[in-house]
Design a protein around this ligand. Structure first.
Ligand code: IMP
Ligand code: MG
Length: 175
């Protein structure tokens, strides 16, 4: 494995967590349609696996944000780079994120999406680092709570790299 990587969540553990969230969403929206809105780029692997675990009429859309800061820390300013193209009014929307960390990104996106008047807005985060929270937000669906470690793989990056690792790994530069 490249660099200083230690597996935190293996591909089979990830698949189990994704399947569990898929079942929860399938149950919560039984008989209805959902729009899955993935936050680029980190959530694209999670969304593609999650979508196949949801047994509902589902469509996809994507949104992209940038948060300023260093490569491992958000500086608290979130900017919209790409908006959804689907009208969300009166729709069931599930926002799909790789990780809920400080909560700044989700707070920003929640405000933005609620202004579109969806029927429901739920938030699915594969990973949750509760100890890092700066905003009072939580996800409706969480795959795994993880400690305060910087992780890469399965969509998550360090300076745009390592998104394609099949497992979620703790990454550290010191070696
Ligand atoms: P928040 O706004 O601090 O909640 O951060 C959410 C975003 O920060 C995620 O969508 C990730 O892009 C990034 N992020 C937070 N923690 C990690 C990590 O451990 N590895 C990689 N990206 C992370
Ligand atoms: Mg990132």
């Amino acid at each position: 494995m490249p660099h200083n990587m230690k597996i935190l969540l293996s591909r089979t553990q990830i698949a189990d967590g994704v399947a569990r969230i898929g079942q929860q969403i399938t149950r919560d929206f039984a008989g209805e349609s959902v729009i899955l809105v993935g936050v680029l780029k980190g959530a694209c692997l999670f969304l593609s696996d999650l979508a196949r675990q949801i047994e509902l009429d589902a469509t996809f859309d994507f949104i992209a944000v940038r948060s300023y800061g260093t490569q491992k820390e958000s500086a608290g300013e979130v900017q919209l780079i790409k908006d959804v193209t689907t009208p969300l009014e009166d729709k069931n929307v599930v926002l799909v994120e790789d990780i809920l960390d400080t909560g700044l990104t989700f707070s920003f996106l929640r405000k933005l999406l609620l202004a579109r008047k969806p029927r429901t807005l739920k938030f699915a985060a594969l990973l949750d680092k509760p100890s890092r929270r700066q905003m009072p937000v939580q996800a409706d669906y969480v795959g795994f709570q993880i400690p305060d470690e910087f992780v890469v793989g399965y969509g998550l990056d360090y300076a745009e790299r390592f998104r394609n690792l099949p497992d979620i790994c703790v990454f550290s530069e010191d070696r």
